[in-house]
Design a protein around this ligand. Structure first.
Ligand code: FAD
Length: 443
């Protein structure tokens, strides 16, 4: 609601309709224009508060896709149209993996389609072109080395070095506002699983565990020294306690004057809200700050299947509404405790993004307050990222990179997320179609 000392209904109506479409960058111009129109004695409009009420318009596909040329958009249209065929999404990644292993020349095909849309490049430096393009529109990139779980010690060490390099590249570089690591990329899955289950670790196990912990410490120390904000991704619930303990230790150590380390909370777990409350109490007692990336969680089916198979209660909420309610409550709790908590809303959900905008406004926080970030994956939900950025919020995109064969499982997950549900086109496809229509491109 627009607030003005003596503003009348008619002026409110005009302002409300204009302000929904106003970017922060244009705000100053509009403010001086409106001021010149309004007789000062009658309408003492509080412009600072007007600025606060503006909500991004997630339906604006012109802003959402303005960094894409029409040929790029047409390629995206083709890609998401292919995802409509569930059987293709199911079989193609497996066929491509086998083909790559057998040395067949399929790399070009993968690169041309899924890879180019969802990844920054095969190497970190190849990501620069895309990252610069995003940065031109006020969006940061998060270099995400796409190595996934269960490697041997040499592989874990290699992954650690890749992450250290992303921290070097991120340091002092506004194009890259955060660094990130996936715990299973640098820690032994088997040892974490044993530790979480309370199975006593042998001396050999302990050696492996401490090697992994040393990798986490080295990464966090470097991030702190270089003042690089660092996300710790969340994974399977049956290794997450070990990850949480490490993340907490690192936050206590490095988040003293500013937030460096961010743990991730998967709000599809019914215990996470309580966990968040306890983390806040503990941090207040011990005098350190907290960082959290709030996500809903990516492994729901796997979690439920394992719980059923092994006969323990599922850690996942019973339905989507319960997950959504906890996600919203977590946003609220973090905003309430913003004196010590910084967050990143890692979501493709418009309502959650709009809710954080609203909560920030209610507290009077500036749109670009550094304690609040929004993040999406590259190649998805540009309507959220670009419209939030246009309205002056802090936005970043995960930009995965790595050799094609390393990135294939990631690409496969993106394809599965965008497959048709009951014959409906995915949301991405609908938005791309709408923008092509707006650009008057025949489909
Ligand atoms: C920047 C970024 C970082 C991410 N990092 C991580 C990470 O570290 N770890 C991780 O696990 N995921 C991560 N994700 C993925 C994330 O967890 C979600 O899978 C994904 O973003 C979809 O959720 P959503 O909030 O975008 O919105 P929506 O599309 O509204 O929600 C879909 C999600 O709701 C939940 N859900 C759906 N149906 C049900 C049901 N029947 N019962 C209960 N819950 C249900 C599931 O979590 C599902 O993924 C990340 C996503 C982003 C954008």
């Amino acid at each position: 609601m627009l607030v003005g000392d003596n503003s009348d209904q008619r002026m409110n109506k005009i302002f409300n309709s204009v302000l929904l479409r106003v970017s922060v960058r244009n705000f100053v111009l509009i403010e001086s224009f409106l001021t010149s129109l309004i007789p000062k004695a009658d309408h003492k409009i509080n412009f600072a508060k007007i600025l606060i009420v503006q909500q991004p318009d997630f339906n604006n596909t012109e802003i959402a896709f303005r960094y894409k040329t029409t040929p790029e958009l047409k390629r995206a249209h083709f890609l998401f149209s292919v995802f409509k065929y569930n059987w293709l999404v199911k079989w193609v990644p497996a066929i491509m993996t086998t083909a790559l292993k057998s040395g067949l020349p399929v790399k070009g095909i993968i690169k041309q389609f899924g890879f180019r849309h969802f990844c920054g490049g095969e190497t970190m430096d190849e990501c620069d072109t895309t990252a610069k393009k995003l940065h031109d529109f006020g969006i940061g990139s998060i270099l995400d080395y796409a190595a996934e779980g269960k490697g041997n010690a040499a592989e874990l060490e290699f992954n650690k070095n890749q992450i250290l390099k992303t921290i070097d590249k991120t340091a002092g570089n506004q194009t890259y506002p955060f660094a990130v690591f996936k715990p299973t990329g640098i820690l032994s899955f088997e040892i974490m699983e044993k530790a979480d289950a309370g199975i006593p670790l042998t001396n050999d196990d302990l050696n492996v565990f401490y090697e992994g912990k040393a990798r986490v410490e080295a990464i966090c120390l470097k991030a702190a020294q270089k003042r690089v904000r660092l996300f710790v991704d969340a994974e399977d619930s049956w290794i997450q306690k070990t990850v949480d303990d490490l993340a907490e230790e690192m936050m206590e150590k490095h988040n003293r004057s500013e937030v460096i380390v961010y743990n991730t909370l998967q709000m599809y777990r019914h215990d996470r809200l309580k966990f968040l409350e306890l983390q806040i109490i503990k941090a207040r007692e011990k005098g350190y700050k907290l960082g959290f990336k709030l996500v809903r969680g990516a492994y729901m089916e796997k979690e439920r299947e394992r719980a059923e198979k092994m006969g323990y209660p599922s850690p996942i909420h019973k339905d989507k509404a319960a997950t959504d309610a906890d996600y919203d409550a977590a946003l609220g709790l973090c905003v309430e405790n913003a004196d010590i908590v910084s967050i990143c809303c890692g979501s493709h959900n418009e309502d959650s993004s709009a809710l954080l905008v609203k909560l920030m406004h209610e507290k009077g926080f500036a749109n670009d307050d550094k304690r609040f970030w929004f993040a999406q994956l590259f190649g998805m939900s540009d309507h959220i990222s670009f419209n939030l950025s246009q309205a002056g919020y802090n936005v970043a995109k995960y930009l995965p990179f790595g050799p094609i064969k390393t990135v294939l499982p990631y690409l496969s997950r993106r394809a599965q997320e965008n497959t048709s549900v009951a014959g409906q086109a995915s949301r991405e496809l609908i938005l791309i179609k709408r923008e092509l229509k707006r650009r008057k491109v025949p489909q």
